[in-house]
Design a protein. Structure first.
Length: 132
């Protein structure tokens, strides 16, 4: 399937947006150190593409924290409206690496992930924040 045809079948389009994302491989026991901080190249309501120093392989399960400013305002729970600290909390999601490819010299690894375990309220809020 060509790149063009793949885009036509996407439920939500990718938006070229750079956001900070903290990425860790989901392992047991849970890591005690913070994950790798990366920048997205695009984002949708179902996933993110980012550049990483780590060559994550397809099928790898990750924990990610997406720092998308203002996304919490789109939640329907009252605490998001009343608690200023809640407005700065990242979107925390379990995700799966769908594809990975090595970038050019000094460009790192380009990684495409799909959200696997996301609360419905968070999904609806991220969808509204990205205007879908």
């Amino acid at each position: 399937m060509s790149q063009k045809n793949q885009k036509e079948f996407r439920e939500f389009p990718r938006l070229p947006k750079e956001v900070t994302v903290e990425v860790s491989e989901l392992t047991y026991p849970m890591p005690t150190e913070p994950g790798e901080i990366v920048k997205s190249t695009d984002i949708s309501a179902l996933g993110i593409r980012f550049i990483s120093a780590t060559p994550f392989k397809p099928g790898t399960i990750l924990t990610i924290n997406v720092h998308l400013a203002g996304w919490q305002r789109h939640k329907k729970n009252l605490s998001a409206l009343l608690d200023d600290a809640a407005l700065t909390k990242p979107l925390s999601v379990i995700a799966e690496v769908i594809w990975s490819k090595k970038g050019g010299k000094d460009k790192g690894n380009e990684i495409g992930i799909k959200f696997k375990d996301i609360a419905d309220d968070d999904f609806q809020a991220i969808k509204r924040a990205l205007c879908f």
